[in-house]
Design a protein around this ligand. Structure first.
Ligand code: SF4
Length: 335
């Protein structure tokens, strides 16, 4: 495991200045990476996408946006649970991740003391889900598949018993950053859950390797559908050719790309954001080349929910304050 800047030097092309700047960033936002994920980098490339995913950039310290713009922590009726949509809830199981992606929208949790959900907390969450007749549960983190197998199984089996719960989605980057941690035992637990889908997060074709393909194959073999969300990230994947390769390869390995998100307006993250127009232009071109099964929706997330933007006739206005979007009766402003 790489946990100091010194560890990163072996794997990435780094200028002296980049290391000095990163030292300042780590006083606020730490670093962590698996050896596996770091080994995917091309050490001769200063602009390597893997490096940019995990190596701190001084820009992380240069914005003044909120830590939690979507108010996940405010909309939390029970500790560890966020209830934003009528029939869906989010369960945050831990703040630990084996890889700290610099664009993480829950970066605020990196500063908190390490936590893992307890069985007692799960019992409270289950009571709430039963009472509110929730249909769709998203289990996230941090990396939810790093919590102890016993707790994971407890949660998954409790959710299985609730009649109203039809879908349990696990948001996990393990197939991408640490496929070896996706053990047979974990897959067996997910399989036992019966309602489980796995939503993963590939952002670049360099992340699709023999090991990640193998991890996906094992999930599919256990009957767990695998879908993918990508974040459009300036300097990492914001060009049509890279995304064409990413989405077509994902389709080839039977992973359905379903969302391409604009980077969220989160503290320490927003320097990765592209303009909405740039995303629409990329989508316009991808639409000509990819079948609908390989083409994700381009969306922005907001405190009122996701807004899908279609390349032909996306509904938003742009003025000196930024973007103005409408969701239901609400107007949302985004930088
Ligand atoms: S794996 Fe996901 S939750 Fe963890 S740091 Fe990366 S983006 Fe954030």
């Amino acid at each position: 495991m790489l946990s100091t800047l010194n560890d990163f030097k072996q794997y990435f092309y780094l200028e002296k200045e980049e290391i000095e700047e990163a030292e300042k960033v780590t006083t606020v936002f730490p670093v962590r990476c698996t050896e596996y994920y770091a080994s995917l980098a091309d050490k001769s490339n200063p602009e390597d996408p893997i490096k940019k995913t995990v190596f701190p950039n001084i820009k992380e310290l240069k914005n003044t946006l909120p830590d939690d713009p979507f108010k996940e922590e405010v909309q939390s009726p029970v500790p560890g649970l966020t209830h934003k949509y009528p029939d869906r809830v989010l369960i945050v199981t831990t703040n630990y991740c084996p890889v700290l992606c610099r664009f993480c929208m829950r970066k605020r949790n990196w500063k908190k003391q390490f936590f893992i959900i307890t069985k007692e907390q799960i019992d409270e969450i289950i009571k709430y889900i039963k009472a509110t007749k929730i249909r769709d549960v998203l289990i996230s983190g941090g990396e939810p598949l790093t919590i102890p197998d016993e707790i994971l199984e407890y949660l998954i089996l409790k959710l299985k018993e609730i009649e109203t719960v039809e879908i349990v989605r696990i948001g996990s980057r393990l197939p991408v950053v640490a496929p070896n941690l996706l053990t047979e035992k974990k897959i067996k637990i997910l399989e036992k859950g019966e309602k489980v889908w796995l939503n993963t997060h590939f952002n670049h074709p360099a992340e699709i390797t023999k090991s990640s393909k193998e991890a996906v194959k094992r999930l599919l073999k256990a009957g767990i559908p695998v879908n993918n969300q990508t974040v459009l990230l300036k300097g990492i994947n914001n060009n049509g050719e890279t995304l064409y390769k990413l989405f077509s390869t994902l389709q080839k390995i039977k992973v359905r790309p379903y969302y391409l998100f604009r980077c969220d307006p989160v503290n320490g993250v927003f320097h990765f954001a592209t303009s909405i127009e740039e995303g629409l232009e990329i989508m316009r071109n991808l639409k000509k080349r990819l079948s609908p099964l390989a083409l994700p929706y381009y969306a922005v997330d907001t405190c009122k929910g996701k807004i899908i933007l279609f390349p032909e006739g996306a509904k938003y206005k742009k003025d000196e304050k930024g973007y103005q979007l409408k969701i239901g009766n609400f107007r949302i402003s985004l930088p």
